[in-house]
Write a protein that binds this ligand. Structure first.
Ligand SMILES: Cc1cc2nc3c(=O)[nH]c(=O)nc-3n(C[C@H](O)[C@H](O)[C@H](O)COP(=O)(O)OP(=O)(O)OC[C@H]3O[C@@H](n4cnc5c(N)ncnc54)[C@H](O)[C@@H]3O)c2cc1C
Ligand SMILES: NC(=O)c1ccc[n+]([C@@H]2O[C@H](COP(=O)([O-])OP(=O)(O)OC[C@H]3O[C@@H](n4cnc5c(N)ncnc54)[C@H](O)[C@@H]3O)[C@@H](O)[C@H]2O)c1
Length: 486
């Protein structure tokens, strides 16, 4: 039996920093990982996909070179997928090796390779060895979900992990699921040169986003040649000489490859939670309170496996909250978190706080500011006018409820809004700030200055719809046309 002060299971995005903090506080800490240090983000998630997205953007810009007056030798722009993969592998290896050296070089951290299972409230078993500690932290992440589509087990299919290993281009990639993972790969493989069809069961792409945002994403993907079917029902799959035959209520498609991108399932079914009495919800997420505590004292759950976030930064924020509370005597809470994330299509979507639909559903009386990217000077200068930006304000107290920036640098520009929301600053602060010209973010004050009417209208409570994505609000004061960005 090896004794530690803390055992962390899974080297997700919370674990490495937590292990080092615990060790530096004098606690002997074991970090158990069954696959590769760095978890999903470093090895098969954010790092490889954003590296591949960069290759896809290079191909896209090369095809558009003439629009910018850049003359390339005649001939079709082609992508060598094996070289794209080699570049991706190199970037991933550098990140993983840096992390591994850091962890293995930190005194007080013991890295153990193997699959860990709880044996009780303070016990863990790895490779047949018993470990014990008063504190146990779970950071085991999630894996791709396989949906109950008839015939799926009879056809070869790719997940977000295995698609990254392809070295030859699919003729026709079918993508099940039109959300974050599906859309990033769909655009990427279309830009690499494949035919791509996305099939989404919800009425529009990105079901968690507003319909106008989803429509704008669909518009630029379709303009690049991605085929999109939404509201798909009656799906079934069967082997075909080409690869896969996918039937749905409206017809059938033949694909050379199938990517399944229909969500992720927490890695909590083989963790021995029952032995320790740790509670999970119906979907398998470990139940935690706002301090990341499970129902068993001394056991915490961080990252994707607690169902309170599904991003690298939410997992890392879990680490910050737990470390502050355990080691610094702080009283930090998940309840204070302002949500933010991005979809890394090109252009990217940066998001902060609530969607417009969620704000309405929560009963807020809202005002919405909206502007298409074609009315943003920086977007026009870059020749990248797809998308829009919008902000949702609470009419009762001027609070910023949420924002979306779908356009060049949207993933970066959204941090202006995120920072103000974290400071609990009213929209007036954003309206009165002096932004830098020419940027996409410089239009944020204008959005607040040009908010639409309060909804629901106090006189006519039936007003439900917001402004269409394609046109600015009709009441927009045209006197502002002289402002930067117009
Ligand atoms: C294709 C893709 C792209 C993504 N892109 C982004 C992005 O751009 N931005 C973003 O914020 N998020 C992105 N995500 C999500 C992000 O990767 C995760 O939210 C993030 O990794 C947080 O995960 P985590 O800390 O919960 O654990 P993970 O990173 O999933 O790591 C968990 C680790 O635990 C190990 N493990 C599991 N069970 C055991 C066990 N019993 N014993 C030992 N080890 C175990 C696993 O092997 C794994 O290494 C992406 C995900 C995918 C799949
Ligand atoms: N940019 C990022 O930060 C990023 C990138 C990739 C992944 N992630 C994380 O990974 C998680 C998983 O992403 P995801 O896109 O796999 O899942 P998701 O849960 O976001 O979306 C799954 C999609 O599949 C659809 N769907 C479900 N069953 C289907 C079926 N049988 N046929 C067709 N469509 C079906 C759903 O309606 C939904 O739109 C996300 O929640 C996200 O947090 C983040």
């Amino acid at each position: 039996m090896r004794e530690f002060d803390a055992i962390i299971i899974g080297s997700g995005q919370a674990a490495p920093s937590l292990a080092v903090r615990l060790a530096k506080s004098g606690r002997r800490t074991a970090l158990v990982e069954r696959r590769a240090l760095g978890g999903t983000c470093v090895n098969t998630g954010c790092t490889p996909t954003k590296t591949m997205v960069a290759s896809a953007r290079a191909a896209h810009l090369a095809r558009r070179a003439a629009e910018y007056g850049v003359v390339l030798p005649p001939g079709e722009v082609k992508v060598d997928l094996a070289r794209v993969k080699a570049r991706k592998d190199a970037v991933v290896a550098e990140s993983r090796e840096g992390l591994t050296a850091w962890l293995r070089g930190t005194e007080g951290v013991t890295v153990i390779e193997g699959h860990a299972r709880l044996t009780g409230p303070h016990g863990v078993e790895v490779n047949g060895e018993a470990l014990t500690a008063p504190w146990i932290m779970l950071n085991v992440g999630a894996r791709p979900t396989l949906p109950p589509v008839p015939g799926l087990e009879t056809v070869p299919h790719l997940t977000s992990t295995s698609i990254q290993e392809l070295e030859t281009l699919p003729d026709h990639l079918l993508v099940l699921g039109g959300s974050y993972i599906g859309l990033e790969f769909a655009q990427m493989f279309r830009r690499f040169g494949a035919r791509v069809t996305v099939l989404e069961t919800a009425p529009h792409l990105l079901p968690r986003e507003d319909a106008d945002i989803a429509a704008a994403v669909a518009e630029f993907l379709r303009a690049e040649g991605v085929e999109i079917l939404t509201g798909v029902t009656g799906l079934s799959l069967a082997p075909a000489p080409e690869g896969v035959r996918l039937a749905h209520q409206g017809g059938a498609l033949l694909g050379s490859h199938l990517l399944v991108a229909t969500g992720r399932t927490p890695n909590t079914d083989d963790l021995g939670l029952e032995a320790a009495g740790v509670a999970r919800d119906a979907r398998g997420y470990v139940t935690v309170d706002d301090g990341l505590r499970t129902n068993i004292p001394g056991i915490w759950a961080l990252g994707d496996c607690n169902g309170r976030g599904a991003f690298t930064h939410t997992s890392w924020d879990d680490y910050e909250i737990l470390a502050a509370n355990l080691l610094d005597g702080a009283q930090r809470s998940l309840a204070d978190r302002v949500m933010g994330y991005a979809l890394f299509t090109d252009p990217p979507l940066g998001r902060a706080g609530m969607t417009e639909a969620a704000a309405r559903a929560a009963g807020h009386r809202i005002r919405v500011g909206m502007r298409p990217m074609r009315r943003v000077a920086r977007a026009r200068e870059k020749g990248e006018t797809a998308g829009l930006m919008k902000i949702v304000i609470d009419d009762m107290n001027d609070a910023i409820l949420g924002a979306a920036i779908l356009g060049p640098g949207g993933d970066e520009a959204i941090h202006t809004v995120l920072a103000l929301m974290n400071a609990r600053a009213p929209a007036r602060v954003l309206r009165e700030m002096m932004p830098i010209h020419p940027t996409v973010a410089e239009l944020l004050p204008t959005l607040v200055a040009e908010l639409g009417p309060a909804e629901p209208d106090p006189v006519d409570e039936t007003v439900e719809e917001s402004f269409p994505a394609s046109d600015p609000p009709s009441h927009t004061p045209e006197s502002r046309i002289g402002r930067p960005g117009n």
